[in-house]
Design a binder for this molecule. Sequence first.
Ligand SMILES: NC(=O)c1ccc[n+]([C@@H]2O[C@H](COP(=O)([O-])OP(=O)(O)OC[C@H]3O[C@@H](n4cnc5c(N)ncnc54)[C@H](O)[C@@H]3O)[C@@H](O)[C@H]2O)c1
Length: 467
Amino acid sequence: MKILYIGSGYVGTCSAAVMADSGHDVLVYDIDERKIKMLASNNVEEIESCLLEDGLCKMLANNKDRITFTADYNDVVKALNDIDAVFMCLPTPEKEGSEGESDLSYYYKAANELASHLAKRNKGEQSKYIVIVNKSTVPVNMINMTAQIMNEHGVINFGVVSNPEFLVEGKAIEGSIRPDRVIIGAEKEQDFKIMREVYARFSSTNVKYIETNPYEAAAGKLLANYLLFSKLAVTFDVIGRLCEFFPNIKFENVRQIINTDARIGTWGLYDSVYAGGSCFIKDAASLAHQMEEAGANTHQIRLSLEANKFQRDHFYSRAEKEAGFSWDGKVITVLGVAFKQNTNDVRHSPAIDIVRHLINSNVSKIRIYDPAALPMFKNLFNPKNDPRYEKIEYFDTEEEALKGSNACLILTDWAQFRLLGEKIQSICPPPYLIMDGRRLVQDKYEELQSKGYDVIAVGSSFLKSKI
Ligand SMILES: NC(=O)c1ccc[n+]([C@@H]2O[C@H](COP(=O)([O-])OP(=O)(O)OC[C@H]3O[C@@H](n4cnc5c(N)ncnc54)[C@H](O)[C@@H]3O)[C@@H](O)[C@H]2O)c1
């Protein structure tokens, strides 16, 4: 089949690569020329610097004859004459200053542009039937808005499908080859039929292929994300908090007791400074907004969002409250700016707000290291926008970033940071404050205390130096 992707971000690119690998001819369009050039470069370093996903480069290289990247809309216009399905993979962030309303401006812009050209396909005859697939996470009723845009431009012979994406950043390729489920929400058999062909790869596998209506498909995505998000919020705000206030209860030990119950499951039972990323927060907020608009109460969702925010701000504030540590004039090391391990994505990363707090608390220097996400992070802290960002320095290794600091904050769960307990001891002599936002060095807390280090960790009461 011939498939067009609009938007070559984490979702668009990874899904497109898997579609090419499934034997389809794929064209990927994005307005970001630089990104398109990098993705089309066939060069591992270039591709990974804009989109770090395990297995992506190899899959793009293996299928290079079936996948084309373009930032030139003329290529799209030419292709539209015989495209079978268009996957809309646009950003749908939370509208600034709103209480969860989705900013659909990227989507609308792309959909209007698409519709204006679809109406002219096949020399205006529009003889080729085409399916527009909402892969972006969108409001429950989005299918109606998509259809309305098409109708307004005089597009005929089309269907609209809701096919939400469930990929997990950092494991997007693996997750797209072996997804838990594929959800197709449509209203016409013709559309289901086309989508079955698009996803023929999974036809004789164990992948759950669920056909439903488009509203349930879109709602299912938002609800699944909310349940995952709320599990994290409860783990942080109830289990972790309890361990903070009862020093004889260790997070890892109670976790073991809890997660052996199959009804509870193991996913999400870790403590962390924040549940960030591009999806959980905005999807939970969008769900609340839509339900409130419909007249429902959303206490539970709003509480989860509040608890997550509290977790981040509370963590940062513990330095002064519990350790009596004043940030003023201090050199601080920040380890990890990606919102989680194995990605270069910094959207809703706890590091963003924490670095802003540090700047506002008048630290003298911030020394930052992250193995993958520094280029993305630097864009947010350009000294041209605020001269105080001159205080931020970036380093190529954690060892360099630790040198000469008075405290460090571990904010991303990169596997390599599990060895920080040793490294800190060899580079940063006490008195020194370690703030472990991921419990990555929990096996060293006692040793660190006995050697003169103060430790503040999510899910532990203040661990004061024993010297
Ligand atoms: N990232 C995830 O883990 C994930 C998982 C599931 C669902 N989603 C959802 O998928 C959607 C896309 O997410 P993403 O993470 O891939 O976003 P992204 O920001 O990484 O990518 C979006 C891309 O769209 C491009 N774009 C913007 N306007 C355009 C236009 N008019 N024409 C063409 N391209 C345009 C941008 O340049 C960008 O490259 C969102 O709705 C998101 O909620 C994301």
